[in-house]
Design a protein around this ligand. Structure first.
Ligand code: URA
Length: 263
């Protein structure tokens, strides 16, 4: 295989950017990463992470979720929640990500959007929805008179899944206590999930967004004094691929605007 063929294979497997000079297989146990392996060139690189065997889901997952719950619940402000996340090592995605991607926008806003997980540009900047789908999200917001000063935006996981794959059940589970606490602390009037994974995780729905959109649910936790109105929308990345769905999304946005304006 020539170097060019190998590079093409990496790109097709989802390896779309260079993070450091030498490849490191982070799914190996630390002691299994030999110093000489770190010195080898690209041609000797380990398989890309999206093709590597999934990390073991062990019994310690429960411990990680418990620790996430304790850390998250101790936070009394959104800034404290971000500081808690910075100390949290229970999500495997942290190992391959460049930056923590937590929130963008206004924590006092009446509407909270939750997407799936950071992409390459979000990972680089440490901010959610700043890549191509973020640009479309900004246009969607502008169409109903909103911008990032009037909304808060976050994701179901806070570190970029390698190759932009869907976050695993374990990765989602360990991040969920932080999202739940974010919702409690922000206490928005409206919660909007963007895409299937966010709807599944927060609205406990198994149907696709095509069936969920346009419907309204309530989101509750024991600490919230009242249920929050919640709905699901198509993910902007999906709308970029399927512009025919923008019509329905426009209806969803108008309903959100109407609800925001009603007392
Ligand atoms: N897609 C998401 O779900 N979240 C982001 O932050 C960016 C792209």
């Amino acid at each position: 295989m020539t170097s060019q063929e190998l590079l093409r294979w990496y790109v097709e497997a989802g390896v779309d950017e260079t993070i450091s000079e030498q490849p490191v297989n982070r799914f190996l146990k630390p002691e299994a990463i030999q110093p000489e392996a770190k010195q080898k060139g690209l041609a000797d690189a380990a398989p890309p992470s999206s093709l590597a065997p999934p990390p073991e889901i062990s019994g310690s997952a429960n411990g990680e979720v418990t620790s996430a719950v304790h850390l998250a619940q101790a936070a009394q402000t959104v800034d404290e929640l971000k500081a808690a996340l910075e100390t949290f090592d229970g999500c495997g995605l942290k190992k391959t990500a460049t930056n923590l991607v937590f929130t963008d926008g206004n924590a006092a806003a009446p509407i909270l959007f939750i997407g799936e997980g950071p992409g390459a540009e979000e990972d680089r900047q440490g901010l959610p929805f700043v890549g191509p789908s973020g640009k479309l999200l900004d246009k969607m917001l502008a169409s109903i008179g909103l911008d990032r000063s009037g909304v808060l935006i976050s994701n179901t996981v806070f570190w970029r899944p390698p190759g932009n794959r869907t976050p695993s059940a374990l990765e989602t589970a360990v991040c969920l206590p932080f999202i739940e606490r974010l919702i409690e602390l922000v206490d928005p009037k409206i919660l909007v999930t963007l895409g299937g994974p966010a709807a599944k995780s927060l609205l406990a729905q198994t149907q696709g967004v095509g069936r969920l959109r346009g419907r309204w649910f309530t989101y509750s936790t024991p600490k919230l004094s009242h249920p929050i109105d919640a709905t699901a929308m198509f993910h902007p990345a999906y709308l970029l691929r399927s512009p025919g769905q923008k019509r329905d999304t426009w209806r969803d946005l108008l309903e959100i605007k109407r609800r925001l304006q009603s007392s």
